[in-house]
Design a protein. Structure first.
Length: 533
């Protein structure tokens, strides 16, 4: 997306490297394994799907034919995408017609390396959740996102590389499957030809906060809506010839055949999935903003009535209780007049995207707030509200504040408590994780970025075994973060404290504290600026 203060279309690279459409290595050789009925596959829904895939595989004369038939359904990208007036049109057209390529920088694996990977199997987290994994993959096969074949049948595919599957627990949600494509080096060996410039979501929250802060208060509050794309990455196909590069080892019950899952679409965990997917979503957001800038007169939406009744947690601004502030905190007291000049005279209409989360901001009457889907509306995710959790932050467009939800404050305190004052060493990997968590949460703490220099300095002490030394200064700064984390829940942070504004007063400042010893003062007189020495 473009800069926060403009609605201009952000140009992706005008020239994108030509993407391969066919395999550059010898054709795949199909195995002459026993017929499907000799495999030890359970006779459940997943087993029936696997048997159908085995039958189709043995009938196909090439891997490309088999993979194309398994994906089946038409691409989710529109057929006329090449006609879009956008620099990314040719890239999106290539993804639609050929799928995302997966060029590798190393030679194909040999059979022994594949056998060793199968012997190692998936991660323990997946082995402990066999039933959940099979339930998820049953759904994936029904949607034709993946296909599964016994390892014995695909052992000799010349492009076959294998990675372990894992399961990650999530707060208040079902666990999430993850493909560890770094464990055996698949991510490291993938050639980075995906358009990395498309990943413009790093400043998405900053752009949203700036829009809320600079919205003209004459046009009622800013309403916020968030919609995430269901099965986001799975909307973009892979190039059929290259699918075996990203094959995944599945857990199985005792006495079951070793199974390999093949993604037919972008998998979560592949290093090139985010840039390819972001190229699609960022283009969509660019086109939305272009249309909003033209301000077309849209007819009433058929789901408008449902949008006007948001869930109890997201009531309209008029029914929201006042925000609780500390009485002795002058910054937290809402100012009687705007503390900034509105940048935009017309009502706000803006869209941004963070990977697969589309965030929309709008000012206007209730008739302007149009929903997107019944499913999202009933969950409150797509309804319009002045108070909304966006990208992990609670935004209030009426009070113009941002705050961490309670569970994130608790997580921050837990992370800091895990590094006590007596801890002298820590692995570089865990230190990277700690700094990443801290940086993602200190947005609410004005000036906290200056506390990271000593923490970054710890990397200079890395030993050959990839461990860092934590000295007294590092622990002092960690104590500062601990103290700050205890006060995060006292009051929300005003967006104006985080977003730099144009100066509203230009005058003199006694920076030295010793009096104005000399210089030039410009006085604003009816005849213009008058300099006085």
């Amino acid at each position: 997306m473009g800069a926060a203060a403009t609605n201009n279309i952000t140009s992706l690279p005008a020239t994108v490297p030509r993407l391969p459409t066919t395999s550059t290595i010898p054709p795949f050789r199909l195995s002459t394994s026993p017929p499907a009925q000799q495999f030890r596959i359970h006779d459940d829904e997943l087993g029936k799907k696997i048997r159908m895939a085995v039958h189709e595989f043995q009938r196909s004369n090439s891997w490309e034919t088999f993979a194309t038939a398994q994906r089946g359904s038409a691409p989710d990208i529109a057929p006329n995408v090449r006609h879009l007036a956008h620099p990314a049109a040719h890239l999106l057209d290539h993804l639609r017609n050929h799928g995302a390529p997966i060029p590798m920088s190393t030679l194909p694996w040999n059979a022994q390396r594949r056998d060793d990977a199968v012997a190692r199997g998936p991660h323990k987290s997946a082995k402990d959740e066999v039933s959940f994994v099979q339930e998820e993959f049953t759904d994936f096969l029904n949607k034709k996102f993946w296909t599964i074949l016994p390892y014995r049948l695909v052992r000799h595919l010349q492009n076959l590389r294998l990675s372990p599957l894992g399961v990650v627990p999530q707060r208040d949600r079902r666990p999430r499957l993850t493909v560890d494509l770094s464990f055996f080096g698949i991510n490291q060996e993938s050639v980075p030809i995906a358009p990395s410039d498309s990943m413009q979501f790093g400043r998405a929250l900053h752009r949203i906060l700036q829009r809320i802060l600079q919205a003209n208060p004459l046009h009622v509050p800013v309403y916020i809506s968030k919609i995430d794309i269901a099965d986001g990455f799975y909307r973009i196909q892979l190039a059929p010839y290259a699918v075996p590069h990203l094959a995944v080892l599945l857990p199985q019950h005792p006495n079951e055949e070793a199974m390999v899952a093949f993604p037919l679409v972008l998998p979560m965990g592949w290093v090139n999935s985010p840039p390819y997917f972001s190229a699609v979503t960022e283009t969509g957001a660019d086109l939305m903003n272009r249309r909003l800038k033209q301000r077309p007169q849209e007819p009433p939406h058929r789901l408008e009535e449902l949008a006007l009744n948001p869930p109890a947690l997201e009531k309209p601004a008029s029914s929201l209780p006042p925000t609780t502030h500390r009485v002795d905190d002058p910054i937290a007291t809402p100012p009687s007049k705007p503390i900034h000049q509105p940048r935009f005279c017309r009502p706000m209409q803006y869209a941004d995207v963070y990977v697969d989360d589309f965030i929309s901001l709008v000012q206007g009457t209730e008739n302007d707030r149009q929903p997107a889907s019944v499913k999202k509306l009933t969950k409150g995710d797509a309804s319009w509200s002045t108070k909304k959790v966006v990208l992990g932050w609670l935004l209030d467009s009426v009070d113009k504040t941002i705050s961490l939800p309670p569970h994130r404050i608790e997580r921050l305190q837990t992370i800091l408590a895990g590094i006590g004052p007596t801890k002298k060493r820590i692995s570089a990997k865990n230190w990277h994780r700690l700094l990443g968590e801290l940086r993602s949460m200190v947005i609410e703490i004005p000036g906290a970025c200056g506390l990271f220099s000593p923490l970054q300095e710890a990397f200079r002490t890395k030993t050959p075994d990839h461990r860092l030394c934590l000295n007294a200064m590092v622990h002092q700064f960690l104590d500062d973060f601990r103290q700050l984390s205890k006060t995060l829940g006292d009051r929300p942070t005003r967006i104006a404290e985080l977003i730099p504004q144009d100066p509203s007063v230009i005058g003199t400042t006694d920076a030295s504290g010793q009096g104005m010893l000399g210089g030039v003062v410009f006085l604003n007189t009816p005849s213009g600026l008058r300099p006085i020495l």
